[in-house]
Design a protein around this ligand. Structure first.
Ligand code: NDP
Ligand code: 2IT
Length: 462
């Protein structure tokens, strides 16, 4: 006999759609104004509700109700002194969403838009993504409304030190292991790790994305972009196609975008766009290896703007304040930020012949855009599946740190490929709908959800 009264949902019955809508009404009322969080939860609830409705144990243990409330949210003040000797005050956060299948794990984002809604959506997505990776990691996300653009090296270091001075109390190699995300790359992870080590006098795997000389994993910088391309390769293979000669649009020009372009080139595709918040460069001759090396220098060393590309490479054009989605392509890799593809962008992509969208970014397509892709029956790989390569190699970094060892680039690449293939297989298994079409979103949500839900059942009411 159950230790819990049957849930109201079960008693009330109703179609899955009605139950899902009623559930979302409560989520919206309990998290007022948090539109990104509503969007991420809504997309999952609508796809997993049939599984929940069919499983009495999930309903009675209120698994879904528990999964949409973070285990805890930590908020703190970050005070630091800028180069003009002025005191600056920012907000810092860590949303620890679920540790049901492993220690909290997920990136830190430094961007002026960072707020509880964005971090809760990212942490919620991370729980399901990490579940898909096959590795034992829970989900979290954190960051600050700090804007790194235009800040000096000294300012970045002092901000990171001040941020870690508070975060240090909430993390640890078997508690919570942060990593990078927008605005947080190798440079920031270095400063954060240095401060953690100073404050705790411990040297351990408390962060991933570390430098190669001090515990970092081969291929972690490349992993998200490479993984997104491997996932697209798997999707194309279901239709007997490959990357050779395919024209690809890529948005963003940071970590994910750069290594997406690198892998596209290695597999014979032709990337023709990159972007930043200022606009998009279009290079119809293709962004080749030499041009990519120039972009890496521009973005990672000089910290410049993409508009400079069109001044440097004469065949290219810069579309100020525009996104890449009006440029005809076979493949699209949104790799900048959430909701960067809205309905109209999706319509343009489909109209121009795009057959495959692999999301390097988290939730880059609005729900209406996803509907356009799915109605057109094109291959659509949602972020929690397609960009899971980054956190997967973070998981491999954790195992290397725990075992005081290092795997070669080739070994990590083999494991990354294997993980992306496994994630793809799980999406296909749970996402096949009418005939041969695979709803990868539904597949990813159900596969990710089921593992976490079962772990929660096995561990009792928490
Ligand atoms: P970076 O900071 O390295 O690069 C971000 C890029 O996106 C920059 O070109 C930036 O331009 C652009 N961008 C950011 N916000 C906006 C915006 N609001 N409008 C237009 N352009 C924007 O971040 P990452 O490459 O690491 O992250 C990109 C995406 O990938 C994010 O959605 C992240 O959550 C996701 N992701 C990252 C992983 C990782 O391992 N790093 C793993 C999985 C997902 P500008 O400089 O002008 O702001
Ligand atoms: O969104 C993500 O998966 C990341 N930013 C990477 C997280 C990680 O812990 O490597």
């Amino acid at each position: 006999m159950s230790i819990l009264a049957p849930s109201k949902h079960a008693a009330a019955g109703g179609s899955c759609t009605q139950v899902a809508e009623a559930f979302m009404e409560r989520v919206i009322a309990q998290n007022p104004g948090e539109v990104e969080f509503h969007q991420a939860v809504g997309e999952v609830v609508r796809t997993v509700m049939p599984v929940v409705q069919a499983n009495r144990a999930y309903r009675e243990a209120r698994i879904l109700e528990r999964m949409v409330v973070p285990d805890r949210m930590i908020t703190f003040r970050v005070t630091w002194v800028d180069d003009r000797n002025e005191v600056q005050v920012n907000r810092g956060y860590r949303v620890q969403m679920s540790a049901a299948i492993g220690p909290y794990k997920g990136g830190l984002r430094f961007h002026p838009s960072v707020c509880p809604s964005i971090l809760k959506f990212l942490a919620f997505e991370q729980v399901l993504k990490n579940s898909l990776t096959t590795l034992p990691m829970g989900g979290a996300k954190g960051g600050s409304d700090f804007d790194p653009h235009g800040r000096s090296e000294g300012e970045i270091m002092r901000f990171c030190q001040a941020f870690m001075s508070e975060l240090v109390w909430h993390i640890g190699p078997d508690i919570d292991v942060p990593a990078g995300d927008i605005g947080v790359g190798g440079r920031e992870i270095g400063c954060l790790f240095g401060q953690y080590r100073k404050l705790t006098r411990r040297f351990n795997g408390v962060l991933t994305g570390k430098g190669m000389a001090w515990g970092g994993s081969n291929l972690r910088p490349e992993a998200t972009g490479y993984g997104a391309v491997y996932f697209a390769q798997e999707m194309l293979a279901t239709r007997g196609q490959d990357m050779k000669g395919k024209v690809a649009t890529v948005s963003g020009s940071g970590n994910v975008a750069q290594y997406t372009v690198e892998k596209l080139l290695a597999l014979g595709a032709k990337p023709v766009t990159l972007s930043d918040s200022g606009g998009t460069i279009v290079d119809r001759d293709g962004i080749n290896a030499e041009k990519l090396a120039w972009v890496m220098q521009l973005k990672n060393v000089r910290r410049g703007r993409m508009s400079e590309y069109a001044e440097h490479f004469k065949g290219a054009t810069f579309m100020a304040s525009r996104k890449p989605w009006s440029v005809p392509c076979d493949l699209a890799f949104p790799s900048a930020t959430q909701n960067e593809i809205i309905e109209q962008d999706a319509q343009e992509l489909v109209k121009s012949g795009c057959i495959c969208v692999a999301e390097g970014a988290n939730m880059p397509s609005s729900p209406e855009a996803v509907e356009v892709f799915q109605n057109a029956r094109i291959l659509y790989g949602p972020g929690k599946a397609a960009n899971a390569g980054g956190v997967s190699v973070s998981g491999l970094e954790m195992t290397q740190n725990a075992g005081c060892m290092r795997r070669s680039r080739e070994e990590v690449d083999q494991q990354l490929k294997h993980i992306m293939r496994t994630i793809h297989g799980n999406c296909v298994q749970y996402g096949r709908v009418d005939g041969d079409y695979v709803d990868y979103l539904r597949g990813a949500n159900i596969a990710g959800f089921t593992k976490v839900a079962n772990a929660m059942l096995e561990q009792g009411i928490q």
